[in-house]
Design a protein around this ligand. Sequence first.
Ligand code: KIV
Length: 276
Amino acid sequence: MSSHREEKVRRLAAPDIAARKGGDPIVCLTAYTAPMAEILDDHCDLLLVGDSVGMVMHGLPNTVGVTMEMMILHGQAVMRGARRAMVVIDMPFGSYEAGPEQAYANAARIMKETGAQAVKVESGPTVPETINYLVRRGIPVMGHIGLRPQAVLTDGAFKAKGKTDDERLRILAEAEATADAGAFSVVVEGVAEGLARDITEALHVPTIGIGASAACDGQILVVDDMLGLFDWTPKFVRRYADLRGEIGRAVAAYRDDVRTRRFPAVSETYFAKKPA
Ligand code: KIV
């Protein structure tokens, strides 16, 4: 008899997510490690190995320094942990912006070396052409519009988008171009409710919001944010746990037990067998 982990489970793929447009909200979180992916898999439709991994797991100031190697290593780990959720891997800054051929070579490498179901790209003005090139060659692509973290150096900071009429029209046009290019869904980050609603109504594929209101077809959060692992989170994050406090309390108890020799106890100790 096979164990629970060995049972065959069909993994969700791009068409399954695309078919959820306007239906039950799509549940997404980021994931970076195998054990976390295993926990999230029971509850999520889609796990994103976001390039936020650079900030969350590696202490980088932004996502610009994230490499292909980091994305592949964390992508492989998440694929080992998750069985049912679709796994999408971010293409890091510098791996797709030069043009469709550069993007294809790097996206194909990510797909082959991780086994993930799709890649995600931040969709600025030049990117829809690249999305179309990848999709026509068999690589499912998720787009990302609105606040684009990889543009932090040109934007100057992580700022909410769509505050002027011009910017709202530009973002709506970028969203439409991204979907028309063949993206199976589009992450919408850091925009006001009205714009998120207009984008969701305009696109034939699902929108996945982060800081973009309940108007989207699904939601995504950075898992470490919603579990309360940081001492600060932006306004749009709901903290469902206080793991930072919980870990601090556990480690303080361990420290006290070590210092007072209450750890390890006899039950936690190996003893040599007495000679017969
Ligand atoms: O890198 C990331 O975690 C993301 C999400 C914020 C959508 O792109």
